[in-house]
Design a protein around this ligand. Sequence first.
Ligand SMILES: N[C@@H](CCC(=O)N[C@@H](CS)C(=O)NCC(=O)O)C(=O)O
Length: 204
Amino acid sequence: MKYYNSIGPNPRVVTMFMAEKGIDIPEVMIDLRGGENRRAPYNVDVNPAGQTPALERDDGSILTEITAICEYLEELFPETPLIGSTAEERANTRMWTRRVDIKICEPLTNGFRYAEGLPLFEPRMRCLPEAAAGLKAVAQDGIAWLDPLIAGRDYIAGDRLSLADLMLFAFLDFGVTVGQPVDLANPHVHGWYERMKRRPSATN
Ligand SMILES: N[C@@H](CCC(=O)N[C@@H](CS)C(=O)NCC(=O)O)C(=O)O
């Protein structure tokens, strides 16, 4: 297999997922700032959406979308389950992953793309600069919504590390670098974030 990696929170989710499982797949670094992902051969042969990451299987077929890649890797490498080893665990992980994605990760990312990221993203996709401030506020609302729900818990989906933690961490850690840090008024999310930062996989 071959892993198409780059800077950015989406590939980092998969990179951390693989690190937590101890999976080592040869990688190709794509120059995202230079737009390598938006031109041939990448956007023809690898991902027609022109985004990273992507996973090339041994038969040459390509898988994209971070949750699909992680689900696939979980099936190939079930040890250290990060989605779950029972139907209940898997459903719970998927529910929390979807919640944090919609409520926090997506609005945070688009808030960045439509403001600080505008020079990079405007030539690549439709950007809505007028929506940027609102999207950043929506992401902070999502964090405030999550905060009491994880009180007393070690992890987002309960008592075990899951894809939901890795996804939220990669995006919140990105948020710190683009002016969207976790508001300290959310002590549970903030404490969880500080704990996640200390995981060896977070050095990736
Ligand atoms: N829905 C995609 C999102 C992928 C994505 O947005 N990747 C970013 C990197 S963090 C990217 O390629 N950005 C550069 C661009 O869109 O040109 C997934 O789940 O993989």
